[in-house]
Design a protein. Structure first.
Length: 135
């Protein structure tokens, strides 16, 4: 009887820990200093590799929402990076995912300190990206 209770207690504790950690892991959901309203900056869509023009954001607070669809019979890939337009330095790795055959992936990433940035998109899938800035 004691062994059954111990196993049950361990299972409950593990469940609570996993649920708590899931709420802490996603930085797009809990980003310090990200209070305000999101305003659309631009929406882009396409297929393949693209480097966008540079964006100037006075607040430096940016959120990128993305959606990738793979219509091929083999795995696809989708990568998005925010980079400094002057130095090319990586500001944020927004997405780096595999899109299964016939599959769809989506997500979002919020980041700060991006007064100037451009997006570098690498993909063999079709995609749509919406950039927002905090006001």
């Amino acid at each position: 009887m004691m062994t059954f209770l111990k196993v049950g207690l361990v299972a409950v504790v593990l469940f609570v820990l996993v649920k708590a950690c899931n709420n802490l892991i996603d930085p797009s959901k809990v980003e310090s200093g990200m209070n305000g309203s999101w305003v659309a900056l631009e929406t882009l869509n396409g297929t393949g590799d693209v480097a966008t023009s540079a964006y100037n954001v006075s607040t430096g607070k940016v959120r990128v929402r993305w959606f990738a669809r793979n219509t091929e019979k083999s795995e696809g890939m989708f990568k998005v990076r925010a980079k400094n337009p002057t130095t090319g330095r990586l500001i944020n790795n927004i997405a780096d995912v595999t899109v299964g055959a016939g599959g769809v992936r989506n997500g979002e990433r919020a980041f700060q300190n991006a007064q100037q940035f451009y997006l570098e998109i690498q993909s063999n899938s079709s995609w749509e990206i919406t950039m927002e800035t905090m006001q």
